[in-house]
Design a protein around this ligand. Structure first.
Ligand code: BGC
Length: 741
């Protein structure tokens, strides 16, 4: 062995040891000193126009290419970022203009909405949240990051962290549902998945926590609408997922479209500066939402373009998406003293900091030869299928209608979504292609025995009044042993600008289900939708109902896995399902009121014409097996305000199949200086149990779980009694009490 080789081998364990004990490189703290020095040096050379140029983000052409004006703007240093420009060739071409032809060679930051996958499309975020398994969201966002990176993009406008208590709001599909604790868990996981511990690493991308903030509280569920939310509710309900994302090191935040308590969120100094920069020490930058700076004029907060730029910049928006007011109005605002140089410099510094931390200056380009091999790999598809499996929620299963036998003689596959390749991709489907989608019909055909006869009939469309296809669908059902009906929502009726006044199945879908059911054949309804729907008749009459959501590229395979029992569904609803749209907003963590509903007392808080309870409560979902949760124990009956409490419980699979249960822990602070919700989720664990297996689970309640924001807007744990509840959903709970002293 030569000497050099010997030294290398001898030193290897030392190097490995140093690597193991060295702290993981964090993008937040990565070479901070050098970066700040590099920014100083660069900023010293920048003209005002070049500085304002870094604050500008412009949209590409529809198909991923850049606009004719982009190269020229970049050459002059007037464009810092684009959205929707993508593909290794396009991004490299534009980047070369910045790196080779512009004076200061500041790289362009390419962003895109990668919400639930780039080319391999995963279940919609609301579905992933139904898994109650944040590790899955970390996995899907990490795969999405890898695919995205290969196309030259380095930034996604995700995760969307808006708490949504109103299913009329179409964007409920993009978030983790109604609960801040679950939402925070998924926020952390998604930021970690996209960014890793260092977003400058190859295959990692910068994340963006959006929409800051309370965008999901839009009046009447009408997208872009006004929000009026108290500071306590902001801090306890709408902020926590964002706080979790900032703590996880998210690099950017997007301000929102909504007016918040009279000050639109894209010009709100309280949320953008006091909380985000001041209290949370956020070091990244804030990008506005699409033209939300210009829209300050429509809100009536700004008189004109100049006023809008002034309000947004001074409040703490750093980068302007699509409208161009910072660029156009910045110089005049500065001259007139309505904007300081320090404010502009702070915005530029924040944007450059992220570009440096991303490693964009050193690695501005992407390897064009790697792009096609990175997309839609078989491993990525397999992950999408497994994640879709775990995202499904079994809503009803009378008489063990499901799972079906693969040897069933004949199956009728019916409904407008049974063979639809677009709908399962949902809204914001990245660069997903319907041609790649496995539909339920295709998945079922692959699953059943060669002898099984599968007949398909669409029955009707998701929209419109035609029942012309009913006869064929009824005939298919009559000639089969079982009828599977796939209904739900088309992709274009969920997501942005897709608010609805009705949550009923659209078109003639409900009539189709009723007629199929009336044939007397065992009927299973599979829902493929992006928001809670009102399905009272189905819930009462159809023996089996599976919520498959919009499951992404591998939807059909995943649905077939569950329908035929290769996978036992274990998801739980991350949002309450109303019986009727008139009950909205209906959410589990509400206050109690002075007159909580009572069946026999008219003068209580309820409706005369519908029960006050939901169709399905938050946290609800069944399994092909059954579980028993028992033996709720506390480590103490009394704790101090600064103390922890350990809660333990046993969960046992008392059925005949292996399966998953999500054990949920809720608390209630029974009397406090401010009214507290009747239940608040403070812990959950998804566990897999074999038949007869029992597990002992432990949860720890800490001051951060027991406290709240008081009247003086201080976070406090107050002495008094607490109820602690554990169970399989927010209604089915066992409980005990403890006291805080
Ligand atoms: C949406 C954002 C999105 C942006 C860029 C806006 O209309 O509200 O969520 O990131 O467009 O596509």
């Amino acid at each position: 062995m030569d000497l050099i080789k010997f030294i290398r081998l001898a030193l290897l364990p030392v190097v490995v040891f140093i690597f193991l004990i060295a702290p993981a490189p964090s993008s937040r703290s990565q070479r901070p000193k050098n970066v700040e020095r590099e920014i100083d040096a660069l900023m010293a050379k920048m003209t005002l126009e070049e500085k304002l140029g870094q604050l500008q983000q412009l949209d590409g052409e529809g198909n991923g290419t850049f606009r004719p004006e982009h190269p020229d703007l970049i050459r002059k240093g007037l464009l810092g970022s684009t959205l929707n420009v993508r593909g290794a060739k396009n991004t490299n071409q534009l980047q070369h203009v910045a790196m080779d032809e512009s004076r200061l060679k500041i790289p362009v930051l390419f962003g895109f909405d990668v919400i639930h996958g780039y080319r391999t499309i995963f279940p919609i975020p609301l579905a992933e949240a139904s898994s109650w398994d944040p590790a899955l969201a970390e996995q899907s966002t990490s795969i999405a990051a890898r695919e995205t990176y290969s196309t030259g993009l380095r930034w996604t406008f995700a995760p969307m962290l808006d708490i949504a208590r109103d299913p009329r709001w179409g964007r409920i599909t993009e978030g983790a549902g109604e609960d801040p604790y679950l939402g925070a868990a998924f926020a952390r996981a998604r930021v970690r998945g996209f960014q890793g511990s260092d977003y400058s690493a190859p295959n990692k991308i910068l994340a963006c926590a959006k929409h800051w903030v309370a965008y999901g509280a839009a009046e009447g569920g009408r997208d872009y609408n006004t929000t009026e939310v108290s500071e306590n509710t902001l801090r306890e309900v709408y902020f926590p997922p964002f706080k979790a994302a900032v703590d996880a090191g998210v690099g950017t935040v997007m301000s929102a479209f909504n007016d918040l308590n009279g000050v639109p969120t894209s010009a709100n100094p309280f949320t953008l500066t006091k909380v985000l920069r001041g209290e949370w020490k956020f070091e990244g930058f804030v990008v506005s939402d699409y033209t939300s700076v210009k829209e300050l004029i429509n809100h009536g907060l700004a008189a004109d373009d100049k006023d809008a730029a002034r309000a947004a910049l001074n409040a703490g928006v750093d980068m302007e998406m699509v409208s161009r007011l910072f660029n156009q109005q910045g110089p005049a605002l500065l001259r007139e003293g309505q904007l300081t140089q320090a404010t502009i410099d702070e915005a530029v510094r924040r944007i450059l900091r992220i570009k440096f931390r991303l490693g964009l200056f050193e690695h501005p380009y992407v390897d064009e030869t790697l792009e096609s091999g990175a997309l839609l790999t078989s491993e990525n598809r397999a992950a999408a299928r497994a994640i879709a499996n775990r995202s499904m929620v079994l809503l009803k299963n009378d008489r063990e209608t499901l799972p079906l036998s693969k040897a069933v003689h004949s199956i009728a596959v019916i409904g407008p979504l049974a063979d639809d390749k677009r709908a399962p991709l949902g809204w914001w489907a990245g660069d997903g292609k319907p041609a790649d989608t496995v539909t339920p019909l295709a998945g079922i055909k692959l699953k059943v025995s060669p002898e099984t006869k599968v007949s398909y009939a669409k029955g009707c469309e998701t929209q419109g009044d035609s029942t012309a296809g009913f006869a064929e669908a009824l005939a298919a059902a009559r000639n089969s042993d079982v009828a599977l009906v796939f209904v739900g929502e088309p992709a274009e009726t969920v997501g942005e600008a897709a608010s609805k006044s009705s949550l009923d199945l659209s078109g003639r879908q409900m009539d189709l289900i009723k007629e199929i059911h009336a044939t007397g054949k065992p009927t299973v309804v599979v829902l493929m939708n992006g928001r809670p729907l009102t399905i009272g008749w189905v819930a009462e009459n159809v023996p089996a109902v599976l919520e498959a959501w919009m499951g992404g590229t591998e939807s059909g395979n995943a649905v077939a896995d569950v329908l035929f029992g290769d996978v036992n569904p274990g998801g739980k609803l991350p949002v309450t399902w109303p019986r009727t749209v008139g009950q909205v907003p209906i959410y589990y963590n509400h206050m109690n009121t002075g007159r909580p509903p009572e069946a026999t007392n008219r003068y209580t808080s309820k409706y005369l014409d519908v029960p006050w309870t939901p169709q399905f409560p938050f946290g609800y979902g069944l399994s092909y097996t059954q579980f028993k949760i028992t033996n709720l124990q506390l480590s103490a009956q009394r704790i101090r305000t600064s103390g922890n409490l350990t809660v333990t419980v046993d969960v046992e699979n008392v059925g005949k199949r292996p399966g998953d249960e999500v054990v949920q822990l809720y608390i209630r602070d029974l009397a406090a200086s401010m009214t507290r919700p009747v239940k608040e989720l403070k812990g959950f664990q998804r566990v897999t149990l074999q038949p007869g297996e029992k597990k002992h689970l432990e949860f720890v309640l800490r001051p951060e779980h027991l406290g709240f924001w008081n009247r003086e807007m201080r976070f406090v744990v107050e002495p008094g009694e607490f109820r602690v509840m554990v169970g399989s959903n927010s209604e089915d709970l066992i409980e005990t009490k403890f006291a805080v002293e």
